[in-house]
Design a protein around this ligand. Structure first.
Ligand code: FAD
Length: 461
């Protein structure tokens, strides 16, 4: 009897899928955004998909994998961009999406099972007058566990920062992969051990986060003469602490042709900003827009914007939620029109973020189209970008990242599935050491964290 047969026998009564189509779909994510990752990861599949209904079933899966030494990859919405959720060594994909309950919600904080979808979370929080502080542009597909284990920032980050900032997550409950799995509660800086670790060192079972008072978020599109003018406006809006905001996203005019659904509201040759602002303050924002000679081309009130996002809007036509044109959704829209597009991940730190943007826009003018996702991090305004790149070669991508770094911009490599190479491995909260404890047999997402055995050994000595 093979290890897989023994595993199957142990998992009787748990939802398992083994048909080729289901297994193939559950073994993919959005790695195909990268022409570098595409050939490396295409065709890698698990042997079966297990969907636990609750923690007891998950515990049985973790125990069986440990007993029979079968690799496992934890999966949320499967929207990661780096092949984080692609199984490199077969085994089991564990689909967490049935573990989606709200544990509690109180003013200022809430706790969820890790498979809870982020849009559903905001629907659950809505009657409490609360919302998630920030969510990725994949709010409709992503899970909160997947966001902690593989994401970074999104709509709301203009006010609340990024997932690894102290205070962004209150607590995580993690299940170990051992013959007798344990539950470990991580709080404070301990959280960083499994934060953005691609599920290599424990299964996140519950996530507790601070919440924000829910605003009525109105949407706006505003056009400007140039990227520089739009970026200056973006900075001024960010620095206007008196106006509550959820999204400040500024785009190069050359992105206009890629956002088809926004075409009625964009103008050829003009840069544009996509904004979410607290509705009672939208008139005040108009003053700032006028100061910067912007032209408002699209206004959507908060009630309609929320209905569109929550899927309850009765009207037809009109764009989807505006955040679905920002962050890495811009790449998705561009790729639909031009398969030669890819992207990079760059950060322009304070206080020279605007000067750096101006430098980079000139330096890489030929093949890089910037959109700027403004963030407030650790009290400062910074600019993130997932710029579109007209792809030629991997060497050119590396050249842009190296040159950008020389100029003072901070790249993180989006074209690797290896955590060690992406710039996210935590040295201050060692991920390898925690892996030794939570995944002693090295079964979790093999191939994503390299050299962990030696590092964990060294730390123990
Ligand atoms: P998955 O893709 O399922 O998993 C991500 C990683 O986490 C995998 O390594 C997986 O093994 C691991 N994992 C999942 N659940 C668990 C768990 N419970 N315990 C342990 N490990 C787990 N990201 C952003 O940060 N901001 C954005 O605005 C953004 N925009 C995007 C736009 C597009 C069009 C696309 C395709 C991606 C975008 N992303 C963005 C990336 C991705 O959508 C987010 O990071 C999202 O939060 C991932 O959640 P998920 O549930 O889909 O995770």
């Amino acid at each position: 009897m093979s290890a897989l047969d023994r595993l199957r026998a142990d998992l009787a009564g748990i939802a398992l899928a083994e048909d080729a189509a289901t297994v193939r779909m559950a073994s993919r994510d959005f790695f195909w955004f990268s022409p570098v990752l595409k050939p490396e990861l295409e065709g890698k599949v698990a042997d079966l998909v297990a969907t636990p209904a609750d923690k007891d079933e998950l515990r049985r899966i973790a125990a069986a994998c440990a007993r029979h030494r079968v690799p496992l990859v934890i999966r949320g919405g499967g929207t990661g961009n780096y092949g984080q959720a692609v199984p490199l060594a077969g085994g089991v994909v564990v689909d967490m999406r049935q573990m989606n309950r709200m544990v509690f919600a109180k003013p200022g904080g809430a706790r969820f099972e890790a498979g809870a979808n982020m849009l559903d979370i905001d629907k659950l929080l809505d009657p409490h007058g609360q919302e998630l502080r920030f969510h990725p542009s994949t709010r409709a597909q992503a899970t909160i566990g997947g966001f902690v284990a593989g994401g970074a920032a999104g709509a709301g980050s203009c006010t609340w920062g990024q997932i690894d900032n102290l205070g962004a997550v209150t607590a995580l409950e993690v299940m170990t992969v051992e013959a007798e799995p344990r539950l470990i509660e991580l709080r404070g800086r301990e959280i960083l051990k499994v934060m953005h670790a691609y599920g290599v060192n424990g299964i996140i079972t519950e996530v507790e986060v601070p919440t924000a008072p829910a605003h009525d978020w109105a949407e706006r599109i505003v056009t400007f003469d140039s990227l520089t003018a739009a970026a200056r406006f973006g900075q001024a809006f960010m620095e206007c602490d008196g106006i509550a905001k959820k999204l400040v996203s500024v785009h190069d005019p050359r992105i206009v042709p890629y956002l088809k659904r926004l075409a009625p509201y964009l103008q050829e040759g003009r840069a544009f900003a996509i904004l979410m602002v607290s509705e009672p303050q939208a008139d005040t924002l108009d003053l700032l827009i006028a100061d910067h000679k912007g032209e408002v081309t699209f206004r959507r009130g908060a009630a309609e914007a929320k209905a569109v996002a929550f899927g309850t809007h009765k009207g037809r036509g009109g764009p989807g939620p505006l955040y679905e044109y920002t962050w890495n959704h811009t790449t998705l829209h561009a790729l639909k029109m031009d398969p030669s597009i890819t992207y990079l991940q760059l950060r322009f730190p304070a206080p020279n973020n605007l000067a750096l943007v101006e430098w980079a826009a000139k330096e890489f003018e030929e093949d890089v189209y910037f959109h700027l996702e403004f963030q407030r991090r650790e009290g400062k305004v910074i600019t993130s970008s997932l710029p579109l790149v007209k792809y030629t070669t991997q060497a050119r991508l590396e050249e842009i990242m190296a040159r950008a770094a020389e100029g003072g911009v901070q790249p993180s490599n989006a074209h690797t599935f290896v955590l060690n190479n992406a710039g996210w491995k935590r040295i201050d909260a060692p991920q390898p050491e925690f892996k030794r404890l939570a995944d002693p047999h090295g079964l979790m997402n093999p191939g994503k964290l390299l050299g962990w055995e030696a590092e964990a050994q060294q730390a123990a000595e």
